[in-house]
Design a protein around this ligand. Structure first.
Ligand code: PMP
Ligand code: GLN
Length: 384
């Protein structure tokens, strides 16, 4: 049997979470909340499943949830989208990203991804016979090196995959970033897949600038989001894609043969839950408290970092303390300090090791506090 993805193994998130569990470590590796969701949300799940919403949902999502998403898009990004023809509900942002990439990429097409990059983009490009063109982000702050992106464009470039707020760095795109992107795709046959799963997790008053809110970019973009990330229910695997009608038509052709439709009672639940905007508008404040708590303690560990701008991740450098590889450090930290993290080299196709690790702070404050006590002994790991 010839593998279609010979170089792809088990994801680092699965590896580290498993190790954390086996070692009884506090798991700050894989990105998922370590606390429960709003009880009101959970009551709604029970209500809708008992009410009998247990058969197939319409292929593109139930109308009321698509309408709620159109209202939310107008409220958050000032953009009017047609719920019938431009909004699709799918099984997680992972499916939204996969179906968008699959809809666009033909064999031989080039797709630009910005490294460090989330792990699901490249396999989707490869499975469609596309060629991933990896462009490094600026190493100082993970901002985009627009000159490099521009120089990577060829007549074969079909797609650019972007991600803001960025996993793993937390970098949040500015208006200038959006305008630079618009200039690059203008008058070229290039489309954009915009991974915005952390749209509701930005800090210090920084707004999330969705591509759907950019008049020019939205015409060429698939905006992908995740209800799981926003409402602390990553296991629900429910997400969405907003794209112009012509792109949505192609997107749905793929979606209907990947999953066809997504969990019905959860869609009804979310349609009702979205009636109160404060439920997503309170998320940045909620996470900012956790970020600040985590950063206060991180200062005593010897690690170097800049406060993350968005997402629930914080990266930190240790190159000034040790030359140990980041994967080895993550393993040692899990086994000896009992705190698990993610080595950032896993976000590079060639495992480029800049001595950076990523922590997820979407955890109970007590777990964060205990992890920080343990991390104060980080120096011990470097002595051995
Ligand atoms: N993109 C990024 C950047 C992510 O961090 C995640 C979450 N793991 C996803 C996509 C996938 O989201 P979902 O769980 O909704 O499939
Ligand atoms: N996006 C999550 C992270 O970056 C992981 C989700 C997954 O395990 N696929 O940690």
């Amino acid at each position: 049997m010839r593998s279609k993805l010979p170089h792809i193994g088990t994801t680092i998130f699965t590896i580290m979470s498993k190790m954390a569990q086996e070692e009884g470590a506090i798991n700050l590796s894989q990105g998922f909340p370590g606390f429960g969701a709003d009880p009101e949300l959970l009551d709604m799940v029970a209500k809708y499943t008992k009410a009998g919403y247990n058969q197939y949902a319409p292929m593109s999502g139930i109308p009321s949830l698509r309408e709620k998403m159109a209202e939310k898009t107008l409220r958050c990004y000032g953009a009017k989208v047609n719920p019938e023809t431009e909004v699709s509900i799918v099984s997680g942002a992972t499916e939204a990203i996969f179906s968008s990439i699959t809809a666009m990429i033909h064999p031989g097409d080039e797709a630009i991804i910005l490294e460090p990059a989330y792990d699901s983009y490249e396999p989707a490009i490869l499975l469609s016979g596309g060629i991933p063109i990896r462009v490094p982000l600026n190493s100082s702050d993970f901002s985009v090196d627009w000159e490099r992106v521009k120089n990577s464009i060829t007549f074969k470039t079909k797609l650019i995959v972007i991600n803001s707020p960025h996993n793993p760095s937390g970098y949040v795109w500015t208006q200038d970033d959006l305008d630079q992107l618009a200039e690059l795709v203008r008058e070229r046959n290039i489309y954009v897949v915009s991974d915005e799963v952390y749209e509701h997790i930005t800090f210090d008053g920084r707004p999330h600038l969705s591509l759907v809110g950019h008049e020019e970019l939205r015409q060429k973009s698939f905006v992908c989001g995740s209800f799981g990330k926003t409402f602390h229910v990553t296991g629900w695997k429910l997400g969405y894609c907003i794209a112009p009608e012509k792109l949505t038509e192609e997107f749905r052709k793929i979606h209907q043969y990947v999953t066809f439709s997504s969990v019905t009672f959860l869609q009804y639940t979310l349609a009702e839950y979205l009636e109160k905007p404060e439920r997503y508008e309170s998320i940045p404040g909620f996470y900012q408290e956790k970020r600040d708590l985590f950063l206060t303690g991180l200062k005593d560990t010897g690690l170097e970092f800049q406060a993350t701008q968005g997402s629930f991740f914080q990266t930190a450098s240790y190159g000034h303390l040790s030359k140990i590889g980041d994967r080895e450090l993550a393993e040692k930290m899990t086994k000896e300090l009992k705190v698990a993290c993610i080595p950032v080299s896993s976000f590079y196709h060639n495992q480029k090791d800049d001595k950076i690790i990523r922590f997820c702070f979407a955890k109970e404050n007590s777990d964060l506090e205990e992890a920080l006590v343990r991390l104060k002994n980080l120096g011990e790991l470097f002595k051995k």
